[in-house]
Design a protein around this ligand. Structure first.
Ligand code: ARG
Length: 559
């Protein structure tokens, strides 16, 4: 998101620096950064404003730094220091952090702007494999983050239920009397030796598009069954309910208008019986390498691309200012073509359509794909996770109450976190030891840190309050990290990278474990110190719990 953000701390410091900068000879449009310090030794935040500004004013960075600090309103800071070659480090007053914790900053966002967020788009009559879970998990977290910050977002699943491949399903049904993935695969392999099968399948889809009653009925049954399974898995995975179920077939009656528009603008040309847009010939420099986009196939069937053109235009008519698609990176070219055609049609402006892509997931080095026999099914992985977690819990905490519920929440959390903690652009290799590493960078580790905080508060029986006591470096860090959740979420949404939030939570949990060992609570004699620590624990628990919920992972009071 490129909106102007936040009245969080970074923005506030930036504003103070702009003011101080203009009193020091800089212009207010200077581009500089305010970021977190790499180490608490160097304060909470750091800025490169002296470095950037000195180049323009042709003076020494250190001299400019001094000048800016002299002119700076320092009310919220404990210390402000010149650092390194051209930086300023800032440490906030504890009371300022406490305020931010008690009343988290609300970002300034464009509330009028509605966002359509599309993810988890399985194809009917095909089993879900691990790759499908990535779009579900990533999309769900993005929705949660948008909602948390107050954005207007609506989710859509866009189930794949239209296109030539559904001709195969219908043909399989007619040949074998039922359809499942094995039969679908069987037909596909028969088609390799028998060219006429492909032809027949194509015809079945053409018939479907022409409203053939029998084909419609077969198709509708497959759609209904798939939707039931889809809703089921959403519940199992604790994915927020979808606001819209607009599958590909929903756009059936919305394609002709687009086709006409393409014709009117003279973009459509005939090539070998098909209707295409030649992106090398139309549009500008940026579309030159995008080649040929097929809009209508030579058999008259509509294409996936045409449906996506209709999808975007429909979304726009519904008042959505942005259309975000969480889809794997094999479809990058498709989205480039889509956006290029929309641009030529005058339907899209920069940033209004975004392909939020993600890499492959492999399992013992094999890429997962529905067309291969070695695919790993989502339900198998879930069942395996449950089995393994049950075993670990039986060893660690045999007397646990609500065991089934906890096992489920830990399994789902572990699978989600493994995905979310990695940059979505990278391919990921599934590894059970890492997924379920209770001591390492994992979902269970975060849930465990949370359960520990809960347990302390339960034993103490009170919430404490922030008193004015001397605090340790670790406690100060807990205080600071507890104050920045909203800012981190904003950062995470900027390039749609949930791993930024996940990594922050992991560091936070690690810090909390350190704090737990260094600062005992129940045995603490000094009431004021005890109060402070309890208050710190209770706010840290809220932050960690909120963070976990944003990741779609259930915080557990006991595990
Ligand atoms: N169902 C498609 C697939 O599995 C993904 C759909 C992505 N969304 C879209 N609007 N094209 O490949």
């Amino acid at each position: 998101m490129s909106d102007k953000f936040l009245n969080g701390m970074k923005e506030k410091i930036k504003q103070l620096l702009v003011d101080a900068g203009s009193k020091s000879g800089l212009t207010s449009d200077l581009v500089f950064d305010v970021g977190y310090s790499s180490d608490p030794k160097f304060g909470d935040y750091a800025s490169n404003i002296p470095l950037v500004g000195s180049k323009l004013l042709k003076i020494k960075p250190a001299d400019l730094a001094k000048k800016i600090i002299e002119n700076l309103d320092q009310t919220i800071f404990e210390t402000v220091e010149v650092a390194g070659p051209g930086f300023i480090n800032f440490t906030l007053k504890n009371e300022v952090l406490i305020q931010a914790i008690e009343k988290p900053p609300k970002p300034e966002i464009n509330k009028k702007e509605k966002i359509l967020l599309e993810y988890f788009q399985p194809n009917i009559a095909k089993p879900l494999h691990m790759g499908h879970l990535r779009t579900a998990i990533i999309g769900d977290v993005l929705k949660r983050m948008f909602l948390y910050l107050g954005y207007k977002v609506e989710s859509d699943t866009h189930m794949g239920d239209w296109g030539t491949q559904f001709g195969y399903l219908i043909l399989a049904y007619k040949k074998y009397g039922e359809v499942n993935d094995k039969l679908y695969a069987q037909l596909n392999s028969e088609a390799e030796n028998d060219k006429s099968i492909h032809e027949q399948a194509k015809q079945e889809f053409v018939k479907l598009e022409k409203h053939d009653t029998e084909n419609r009925k077969i198709w509708q049954n497959l759609v209904d069954e798939s939707k039931k399974q889809f809703l089921q898995i959403n519940e199992t995975l604790d994915i927020l309910p979808f606001d819209h179920h607009w599958p590909e077939s929903f756009y059936e009656d919305k394609m002709p208008v687009v086709l006409q528009e393409l014709k009117k603008k003279k973009l459509l040309v005939e090539s070998q019986g098909a209707q295409i847009v030649n992106l090398s010939a139309v549009g500008g420099e940026d579309t030159k390498n995008l080649g040929i986009a097929v809009i209508i196939k030579s058999d008259g069937g509509t294409t996936y691309l045409l449906r996506d053109l209709a999808t975007f235009i429909f979304g726009k008519k519904q008042g959505f200012a942005k259309h975000l698609y969480v889809v794997d990176n094999r479809q990058s070219h498709h989205y480039k073509q889509l956006f290029a055609i929309l641009k030529t049609l005058g339907e899209i402006k920069e940033g209004e359509g975004v392909h939020i892509d993600y890499g492959f997931i492999s399992f013992k080095g094999e890429v997962l794909s529905t067309r291969k026999g070695n695919m790993v099914l989502a339900e198998d992985v879930l069942a395996e996770a449950n089995k393994r977690v049950a075993k670990i819990i039986a060893e660690k905490n045999p007397d646990l109450k609500n065991k089934e519920k906890v096992i489920h929440a830990v399994s789902v959390g572990a699978l989600k976190y493994f995905d979310l903690s990695r940059n979505r652009h990278s391919d990921i290799e599934f590894d059970w030891d890492k997924v379920l590493d209770f001591e390492g960078d994992s979902g269970p580790y975060l849930q465990y840190a949370y359960a520990r905080l809960s347990s302390i508060l339960r034993k103490a029986g009170l919430d404490g309050k922030f008193t004015d006591v001397a605090i340790s470096a670790t406690e100060r860090e807990v205080l600071f990290k507890s104050s920045i959740l909203a800012e981190v979420v904003q950062e995470s949404l900027k390039d749609y990278l949930p791993n930024i939030l996940a990594n922050y939570l992991f560091n936070f949990a690690t810090l909390l474990n350190k704090f737990y060992h260094e600062s005992p609570v129940t045995q603490e004699k000094d009431e004021k110190v005890k109060d402070f620590r309890l208050a710190l624990i209770s706010s840290a628990k809220n932050v960690l719990g909120q963070g976990l919920k944003l990741l779609g992972i259930e915080p557990l009071d006991e595990m």
